[in-house]
Design a protein around this ligand. Structure first.
Ligand code: SF4
Ligand code: SF4
Length: 377
């Protein structure tokens, strides 16, 4: 049986390791590779995973019906399903009601164990309040179609605090890993939720899988602790050492990921002081490599010339942190983003006074362009 953290606020008891199905393997045509995905979900379920997280938009809408049909072979009481309201597709209360109804049909479920406002910031949340979507979801919960109501979050801490304090949520879902302690909700957000008694569900514990592929100088520090233990296992154990984290959602994309994550979190072993020191040293080393302190707040946006300022800085900082061009190559070279790149900057200066981090944005964009163009070769 998988490790469970009893949570008095919840009417159900998920296992600590949850399955985020966003990264399910796909075929060449972009549809879900059902043979491989079935094997992964089966291995997870049989390994003790009970919490399965999907969303209306994942895999172009295929994720919910696929997951629903897969889970139907098991007793309903043996698993929990989480799905999300895509707030960016919601302009009216009728939109929200239609989407919610579609989700019940797609998943074939009478009720969702966990339901989230998907990836909200303050603006999207305020809109959901104003057009009545939040009240509607609370009504659905009172009628039993939603077990636990929460939100997922990727914006800056200040917006997280606003949303978290707005009401007594059943849970919040944040990106959290040993590298992102000062990003998004971060450590401060985890501590705030804990102080308010709101359980935390963590996504991106391995930072979208990127913590698996560390360069030799960093990977060797983990290897020195135990030759057979992976960097991913330390990342998961670091998150598991936070007692108010009740579910760790791993976006597994291979059978090996499932097997390794199940083995790590079935009975998670707390990090020893030496292991914790190594994890924190690796995190600090990586953070010290970043090019600037852009938080992604977007206060500088929109740029009148179309530059995606936070997007470019995020790619730059990621390439530097991981000391790897490959890790951002696809995004950097994407033809869809060509017009948003630093070369479009005219150095008009309009963005500079808007940045709370006092970043010299045009100067840093030039550096981004130079460094990443040189790496592209
Ligand atoms: S300085 Fe560059 S990035 Fe900033 S607003 Fe002007 S064109 Fe856009
Ligand atoms: S450059 Fe400054 S204002 Fe723009 S997203 Fe980054 S931190 Fe925010």
């Amino acid at each position: 049986m998988m490790h469970i953290r009893p949570t008095p606020q919840w009417n159900t008891s998920p296992a600590l390791l949850g399955f985020g199905v966003m990264r399910m393997p796909t075929k060449a045509d972009g549809t879900i590779d059902r043979t491989l995905s079935d094997a992964m979900l089966k291995a997870a379920y049989e390994g003790g995973v009970t919490y399965f997280d999907t969303a209306y938009t994942y895999h172009n809408g295929e994720s919910e019906p696929y997951l629903g049909s897969f889970l139907r072979q098991y007793p309903r009481s043996s698993y929990q399903v989480a799905t999300k309201m895509p707030t960016w597709l919601v302009s009216s209360l009728d939109d929200a009601k239609r989407i919610f109804g579609e989700q019940r049909q797609r998943l074939g479920l009478e009720h969702f164990d966990f339901y989230l406002l998907h990836s909200i910031g303050k603006t999207a949340f305020t809109k959901m309040v104003e057009i009545g979507v939040l009240d509607y979801l609370i009504e659905e919960q009172q009628q039993g179609t939603i077990g636990n109501l929460g939100f997922s979050f990727h914006q800056i801490y200040e917006e997280f605090e606003y949303i978290l304090r707005y009401r007594n949520w059943d849970f919040c879902q944040i990106q959290y890993n040993f590298l992102d302690t000062e990003e998004q909700a971060g450590r401060a957000g985890y501590n705030l939720a804990t102080s308010l008694g709101i359980p935390v569900i963590v996504m991106e514990p391995i930072k979208g899988g990127s913590l698996i592929n560390l360069n030799d100088d960093l990977a060797s520090q983990f290897k020195a602790l135990a030759p057979d233990a992976s960097a991913a296992s330390y990342a998961l154990r670091w998150v598991a050492d936070h007692p108010n984290v009740k579910v760790i959602l791993s976006g597994m994309s291979t059978l090996e990921h499932v097997q390794e994550n199940v083995a790590t979190l079935k009975n998670p072993v707390p990090l020893s002081p030496k292991e914790l020191h190594t994890v924190e040293t690796v995190g600090e080393t990586m953070r010290s490599r970043i090019g600037n302190s852009c938080t992604g707040c977007s206060y500088c946006m929109p740029c009148p010339f179309g530059v995606d300022i936070p997007g470019n800085f995020a790619l730059w900082n990621k390439a530097r942190m991981f000391d790897s061009y490959q890790i951002i190559q696809r995004a950097w070279e994407s033809p869809h983003a060509a017009d948003n790149r630093p070369s479009a900057c005219t150095e008009c200066g309009a963005c500079v006074p808007l940045c709370p981090q006092m970043i010299d944005i045009p100067a840093d964009l030039k550096t981004v362009d130079c460094e990443l163009t040189a790496l592209k070769g």
